[in-house]
Design a protein around this ligand. Structure first.
Ligand SMILES: Nc1nc2c(c(=O)[nH]1)N[C@H]1C(S)=C(S)[C@@H](COP(=O)(O)OP(=O)(O)OC[C@H]3O[C@@H](n4cnc5c(=O)[nH]c(N)nc54)[C@H](O)[C@@H]3O)O[C@H]1N2
Ligand SMILES: Nc1nc2c(c(=O)[nH]1)N[C@H]1C(S)=C(S)[C@@H](COP(=O)(O)OP(=O)(O)OC[C@H]3O[C@@H](n4cnc5c(=O)[nH]c(N)nc54)[C@H](O)[C@@H]3O)O[C@H]1N2
Ligand SMILES: [Mo]
Length: 767
């Protein structure tokens, strides 16, 4: 495929014409225009299907509740192109491996179960029963249940993931690595320790009541476009939107609503952020600490003057624990360290503190810019500290909002996709099914890959996702998968993980969220949970492309049935009627009583959040202030000099490892992905010029060379010393053993690197 390459800054607002145009182009392009239009109109409506794009909530108000990138997700899935058995007969695995991620997924939907033949290096058709039998044979041959890894990507439904975890625990393992381990793990871990529940505390309509919304480390214009509507609406009502983002992101500056035609026509693009701060990568904890330092000063001055303090003392006394230690930590952090680490001036931080102080109701949202660092758990907890000081919990228009990624990643956890399940969860599962579940913690994603590299893992099953491309340190991750005895991928589309097979490998083609799911018991729906703890039904409408595709639930049931038989669980009956699965969920998971009845509620039902009601499931039964010091460094101490810190992020035309196209419109990049954003002064200081190709090399302490070649320099509005480039092309640079303290999440937003002019031709894959 040929692409026109150019770099041309985007001047218009986010949303608006550009967005409408891109949406229609995708809808019309995908060979099924009418069907796609119908799909879009039903998306996120009561008893349509839930958008497989992101985990933002739905207000059920606007007629077209979709966004440009949701439209891409749907049309990408609803393509009529197929990779059938002829395709695999024509293309060897080695040949396919040389292609780009864009090429692989573009070929279309998987339709037939496939088995890798190492002799011919081709995938060949296999029947479903034979595929299940092969899996059972490998699992039964294991010496112990922990030789199996069950990976999950966050699109899987509640029903499929609940069944999947039951299967794993009946086999006897808690090895449930999942995409969340690479994503919002730090949010869950930090929130759990601070407020006793690992989820956000707000509901969607809280945005209508906030006086200020602080957005940390997040690019909603691309990754949660429907959030822009909430921000825009809040801004229209006078809320201050304060952004902390290392890059200048177009979507956070100005936004025209593509669903309000008048606004589009007249280009009345509203300003979203009232203030925009650009901290260093990893500098947010220091920035928030600085805000608290400034606020504490005011608080004390007021008390000294005999006035009422600034902080909400009634709230602090009644509901929190640990404030003295926290104030000590704040007093022990000096401005020099705050300024140096955050990259912001003291004046900027004091200004942000003043905006915060003047707002009665504050929401703080965040995403990967906060969670993919070494000290992410402490950063999340520092954000909570700030909110606790002002009692920003348990009231309308205020609270904590980690904005989740995959559309059902939060639901997966609720269903027990968790390598560290709680005792209560296991007790409930064990007593309901009359078995003793495994109690030892299992592997997260990085631990799973390391176990594979040590040859401890015989079987990997992946319920969706693209582990080979999503995980860090690509060459080691790929080797890890290849060391397994059997790799099984339950997938909609061809991806890199299929091309690094274990000794044996299966690809099992599954239905997508948008498609009709008919089982022996009739038409089925599934359920999902959004970022706001709303659970709702989702029912596909598209006609599946092939009878040989099966639903995720049916595939999981088929595997479990082949391995475990019918003794404890009637797997095939459950797959015939998902209501039966929901009855089991109701019996084993808190908050799901009368699950099937509640599914009929338009807009879904709210799971509730104890912390939002000021009930804290922590050891002290109070919200815990954390009193961590700022990190001495984000990198191992023995790396002497770090010229640049690199973050790996998403372009506008991708969904994680799924590459829809080669443009990143809002950042002005077209027809290419091997680019690196750099501050113009840094570029000059290094003696480089715009458009030159450079190699990026990681500075790490394990003797392994990690280098990607031929990345084009794009001058950008980014603080000095910071770089940005796209994921997954730069995943080879992230060391597998560089992960967050207490989260295990790869540090994808802070990789210490150096740049050199490219010496050899780029090694990029074929587009
Ligand atoms: N269209 C589309 N939608 C998606 C996805 C997708 O790939 N495409 N992915 C989904 C998933 S799984 C997820 S997790 C979310 C991801 O949503 P985001 O977290 O928005 O994704 P990233 O592209 O990783 O962007 C990180 C943002 O944080 C900023 N940032 C990076 N490091 C720092 C830092 O240290 N401090 C601060 N203040 N800012 C920083 C970056 O400049 C960038 O704007 O989106 C979900 N939605
Ligand atoms: N360097 C770097 N690495 C990162 C990140 C980063 O910011 N930087 N972000 C991390 C984050 S936040 C995440 S969430 C992970 C994402 O990691 P994953 O969730 O593993 O990856 P995806 O790219 O979302 O998975 C895409 C594949 O899922 C399959 N698929 C799509 N829809 C369905 C479906 O409905 N059912 C099934 N069974 N399969 C389906 C398709 O075959 C497709 O190829 O990546 C992480 N990796
Ligand atoms: Mo994610």
């Amino acid at each position: 495929m040929k692409f026109k390459r150019k770099i041309k800054p985007y001047r218009a607002a986010a949303g608006g014409w550009g967005s409408l145009e891109a949406t229609t182009r995708f809808v019309l392009d995908s060979k099924a225009a009418l069907k796609n239009m119908r799909n879009l109109m039903r998306m996120n409506k009561a008893r349509g299907f839930d958008c497989p794009g992101c985990a933002w909530g739905d207000d059920n108000k606007s007629t077209f509740s979709f966004c440009e990138n949701g439209a891409k997700a749907v049309t990408w899935e609803a393509t009529r192109r197929v990779v059938d058995t002829d395709f695999f007969a024509q293309h060897s695995v080695t040949k396919l491996y040389a292609q780009s991620d864009y090429f692989l997924e573009y070929q279309g939907r998987l339709t037939h179960p496939l088995r890798y033949n190492a002799e011919t290096d081709h995938y060949e058709p296999i029947g479903w029963d034979d595929a299940f039998a092969l899996i059972a044979q490998h699992i039964k041959a294991m010496d112990n249940p922990d030789q199996m890894e069950l990976y999950t990507s966050g699109r899987a439904s509640n029903e499929a993931s609940w069944l999947y975890q039951l299967f794993g625990r009946l086999v006897g393992t808690n090895n449930f690595p999942d995409c969340s381990n690479m994503c919002h793990e730090a949010s869950g871990a930090g929130l759990k320790r601070s407020i006793g529940v690992g989820k956000g505390t707000i509901r969607l309509d809280d945005f209508d009541h906030a006086d200020a919304i602080f957005v940390f480390g997040q690019n909603p214009g691309t990754n949660h476009p429907r959030m822009l509507h909430s921000l825009r609406h809040a801004a229209d009502h006078g809320a201050k939107i304060v952004t902390f983002n290392t890059l200048r992101e177009r979507g956070l500056e100005r936004f025209a609503d593509p669903q309000k035609p008048l606004e589009v026509v007249t280009s009345m693009a509203g300003t979203i952020s009232s203030t925009y701060y650009q901290p260093n990568l990893g500098g947010d904890m220091a920035a928030v600490r600085g805000m608290v330092k400034a606020l504490l000063e005011t608080h004390r001055a007021r008390l000294a003057a005999g006035e009422k303090g600034l902080f909400d003392e009634a709230f602090i006394n009644a509901t929190t624990h640990g404030i003295e230690a926290y104030f000590d930590a704040v007093d022990n952090t000096d401005w020099m360290q705050i300024v140096q680490q955050s990259g912001l001036s003291e004046a900027q931080i004091r200004e942000a503190a003043a905006i915060y102080q003047s707002a009665d109701r504050v929401i703080i949202t965040w995403a990967m810019g906060i969670t993919q660092h070494k000290h992410s758990v402490d950063t999340v907890r520092e954000i909570v500290n700030l909110q606790l000081l002002f009692g920003q919990l348990g009231k309308k228009g205020a609270g904590l909002c980690p904005v989740r990624g995959h559309s059902n990643v939060q639901g997966n956890r609720t269903m027990g996709i968790d390598e560290k399940p709680s005792k209560a969860f296991l007790d409930a599962l064990g007593s309901h099914f009359g078995f003793e579940p495994p109690r030892e913690h299992g592997h997260n994603t990085v631990e799973a890959l390391n176990a594979m590299l040590r040859d401890e893992i015989k079987v990997l099953i992946a319920l969706g996702g693209n582990l080979a491309a999503a995980a860090p340190d690509s060459p080691r991750t790929e080797e890890a998968l290849q060391r397994c005895g059997l790799t099984v991928h339950i997938s909609t589309k061809l991806n890199r993980s299929h091309l690094v097979p274990g000794a044996e490998s299966l690809i099992l083609p599954t239905l997508g969220r948008t498609e009709r799911d008919i089982q022996a018991g009739g038409n089925q729906f599934i359920t999902v949970e959004d970022s706001f703890s709303m659970v709702h039904a989702s029912e596909g409408i598209g006609i599946p492309l092939a009878e040989t595709q099966r639903s995720e639930t049916a595939i999981v049931a088929g595997i479990a049935h082949a391995v475990l038989g019918d003794e404890k669980v009637q797997w095939l009956d459950l797959a015939a009627d998902y209501n039966l699965i929901r009855n089991h969920i109701a019996a084993t998971i808190p908050g799901f009583a009368d699950f099937n009845l509640k599914c009929d509620q338009p807009g879904g039902f709210y799971l509730g959040n104890a912390a939002a009601e000021l009930r804290f499931n922590t050891p002290t039964q109070k919200a815990e202030f954390s009193s961590a010091a700022l990190p001495a460094s984000l990198f191992p101490q023995d790396i002497a000099e770090v010229p640049f810190t690199l973050q790996t992020l998403r372009s506008h035309d991708q969904y994680n490892t799924t590459i829809y196209g080669l443009d990143d419109r809002y950042r002005g990049v077209y027809g290419q992905r091997e680019v690196v954003f750099i501050n113009p002064e840094d570029m000059q200081a290094q003696g480089f010029s715009e458009g030159q190709l450079v190699d990026i090399e990681t500075l790490w302490n394990d003797g392994i060379t990690r280098r990607v070649t031929g990345f084009k320099l794009v001058p950008y509005n980014i603080p000095r010393g910071n770089l940005a480039a796209y994921y997954p092309e730069t995943n080879p640079l992230v060391p597998l053993n560089s992960f967050g303290d207490g989260s295990g999440t790869p540090t994808s937003k802070s990789v210490p690197v150096k740049l050199e002019l490219a010496v050899s031709a780029p090694t990029q894959r074929i587009a």
